[in-house]
Structure formats: structure tokens, C-alpha cells
Design a protein around this ligand. Structure first.
Ligand code: NDP
Length: 322
């Protein structure tokens, strides 16, 4: 089978198309013929070595497809089932072997491509909004990179709750998408100072929560726009990792909270994984969550997908098709 392997860490050029044997299922696993796999920012961190993975490895941790075979102990899936999964490395490939208890069934009204596009970013937006900082109607949230994969879903979910959303984006085109997703205010943080603008938009009261997947370039100013006892939810570092900082700042800036969550801990059990994925699929089926599959590449073009994502050229979701 074809797969995209990383044998040494580095730029997009280290993504190599290779031939590997089709995996065989262990007793607890299913083997899935992949129809579509999601491209996520975490893939770039693993490719470049910011997040360490033993070499060599097949990149990617989100996909959907059809079960082709199952191990002897598997009763929850059978050949022909449409399933999706996330959090298990090796999805930039034509086939993958996955523990059956990490698979979720794709509902009838959802296509394999939609499922591959929804799972990682959809469940991320869901846990950030419902569990990390449970947003309520009437609160105000600042959401960075609001036209991106996770960002656009966060905006929609926050808007549906009745939260006032202040969004940041880098271009006018992205501003339109953020407004379409439900943002009440949009700041072009590439041109305007988002700290000044957010203070102005909140009459210096500050926001209840900042959802920050941008990191290095936004974190510090984000602390300055929180209301006293507000929450900084730092969930990524698209612009680079946040440097170490002195915890006393949390006190002087208003007894603030900072958390650095990851999806893995919010889908750790099979029950939580299935409940959260069902909630996301249900929102899609009820037309409460619009997925924008904006960029579709062949598996062999994984390098280009990474170049586009890192150059801030993309909006919404990127998929690779084996
Ligand atoms: P996005 O589609 O959001 O792409 C990243 C966006 O970040 C860009 O489009 C860009 O938007 C913005 N950005 C700002 N500065 C930079 C920069 N220097 N280089 C590149 N991009 C920049 O990606 P994802 O939706 O896949 O991921 C968003 C974030 O969420 C990432 O940090 C990712 O690691 C994190 N994440 C965390 C999870 C968790 O559980 N903790 C799970 C899933 C994702 P603009 O041009 O508008 O600034």
C-alpha cells in the first residue's frame, strides 16, 4: 500500500511516499481501507520534531473508511462498516490497523469525507467549549485564527450557545468566513492590535475566555484582555510554542486561570469518545455545524498540503485522499 512516511524530521520535504505492506489486524484490531484522512496542525509539529515520535513513522491521526478485516476478538465492528477514528498515528496511508474500541461508527447521513473532516477538530471544539471552559449564553469569548479548522468550529459552537464572539483572523477573506460562522466582531490581528481592539469592544471589561491555538504571538496579549478571574485556554501553537513565563503574572493580571488541554484527555475512555463524536455528528445532521472541506489533496501531495497549512493559505479543513 502507499503511505506517507517520515524517516527524518524536518520541513514538508521529509514527507515521502513509500510502499508498505498492508497491515494485518491483531486480535483487538480492525483494518480499515481509508477513504479520506484529515490534515491537522499537529501533523506539522510531529513532522518537524516539535512533538517527538520514534522514527520512522507514518504520519496522520484522523481518518475514515471501510473496515476490510477484523481480529479474532473484535465484536464491535465487521467488514463493510463505515468507521472513523482519531488519535492513532498512521492515517496518511491506504490502510491502517486500529484498536476496535477507538473506532466510531459513521451515521448514515454523514459521508466518509465529512467524518474524516469532523472528528479531530469537531471533538476539539466540543471539549474546549463544553468541558475545558463551559461557555454560557451572555458571556464573551475571544477566538483566535477563527477561519481555521478548529477556529471556525469554535465560533459556530460558541455562537449557537448565545455567546458573544470576538474573532481574530489575518485577512479580509478569512474575516468574511469568521462572520459567516457567527462571529459578532472580527479583528484583523495582522493589521490592528488585538489587545487594544478587544479592550475597546468590551469597554475595558475584558473577555471571559480566550481560546488560543496560535500561541507564541498571541498568548501574552491574550492575558491582558481577560476579565479578572478569566480563563486562558491555550490549546496550540500555530505560530510557535509559548516561551516559559512567570506565574506571578496570573496574579497581577487579575487572578487568571491558564490551561493547556489536549483532546487525548477528553476522549480517553471509549464512552467519552463515542459520546463526544456522536454529539459532533448530531450537530452536523441537525445543520447546526457547517464543515468546510476547503482543500482536498491526493495522498501523494501531502507535502503541498503541509506547505499551504503552514503558510496560512488555508481555511476550514484539509483532507488527503489515498
Ligand atoms: P488551522 O486551520 O487553524 O491553521 C492554523 C491557523 O493559525 C492559520 O490558518 C492562521 O490563521 C493561524 N496562524 C497564526 N500565526 C500563524 C503562523 N505563524 N503560522 C501558521 N499559522 C498561523 O489549524 P488547525 O485547525 O489544525 O489547528 C489550530 C490549532 O489548534 C493548532 O495550534 C493545533 O495544534 C491546535 N489543536 C489543538 C488540539 C488540542 O486538543 N489541544 C487539537 C486540535 C488542534 P490566520 O491566518 O487567520 O492567523
Amino acid at each position: 500500500m502507499k503511505a506517507i512516511q517520515v524517516s527524518q524530521t524536518g520541513g514538508p520535504e521529509v514527507l515521502q511516499l513509500v510502499d508498505l505492506p498492508v497491515p494485518q489486524p491483531k486480535p483487538n484490531e480492525a483494518v480499515i481501507k481509508i477513504a479520506a484522512c484529515g490534515v491537522n496542525f499537529i501533523d506539522t509539529y510531529q513532522r518537524e520534531g516539535r512533538y517527538k515520535v520514534p522514527l520512522p513513522f507514518v504520519l496522520g491521526q484522523e481518518a475514515a473508511g471501510t473496515v476490510s478485516s477484523v481480529g479474532s476478538d473484535v465484536t464491535s465492528a465487521k467488514p463493510g462498516d463505515h468507521v472513523a477514528w482519531t488519535g492513532i498515528l498512521g492515517t496518511y496511508a491506504e490502510y491502517a490497523a486500529v484498536p476496535a474500541d477507538r473506532l466510531v461508527s459513521i451515521p448514515q447521513g454523514v459521508t466518509d469525507q465529512q467524518a474524516a473532516a469532523a472528528l479531530l477538530q469537531g471533538m476539539t471544539a466540543h471539549y474546549l467549549i463544553h468541558d475545558t471552559f463551559p461557555l454560557r449564553r451572555g458571556q464573551t469569548a475571544l477566538i483566535h485564527a477563527a477561519a481555521g479548522g478548529v477556529g471556525a468550529l469554535l465560533v459556530q459552537m460558541a455562537h449557537n450557545i448565545g455567546t458573544r464572539v470576538i474573532a481574530t483572523v489575518s485577512t479580509e477573506e478569512k474575516a468574511k468566513l469568521a462572520r459567516h460562522a457567527g462571529a459578532d466582531e472580527v479583528i484583523l490581528y495582522s493589521h490592528a492590535d488585538f489587545e487594544t481592539e478587544t479592550k475597546r469592544l468590551t469597554n475595558n471589561k475584558g473577555v471571559d475566555v480566550v481560546y488560543d491555538g496560535v500561541g507564541k504571538t498571541t498568548f501574552e496579549k491574550g492575558l491582558n484582555v481577560l476579565r479578572p478571574r478569566g480563563y486562558m485556554v491555550l490549546f496550540g501553537g500555530a505560530s510557535g510554542p509559548v516561551p516559559p513565563f512567570d506565574l506571578i503574572q496570573l496574579s497581577t493580571k487579575g487572578s487568571l486561570f491558564v490551561t493547556r488541554p489536549t483532546l487525548f484527555h477528553y476522549m480517553a475512555t471509549t464512552e467519552e469518545l463515542r459520546a463526544r463524536s456522536s454529539a459532533v455528528f448530531q450537530m452536523m445532521e441537525d445543520s447546526k455545524l457547517e464543515l468546510r472541506i476547503a482543500h482536498v489533496y491526493k495522498l501523494a501531495d501531502a507535502q503541498q498540503a503541509h506547505r499551504d497549512l503552514e503558510a496560512r493559505k488555508t481555511t476550514g479543513k484539509l483532507l488527503l485522499l489515498p
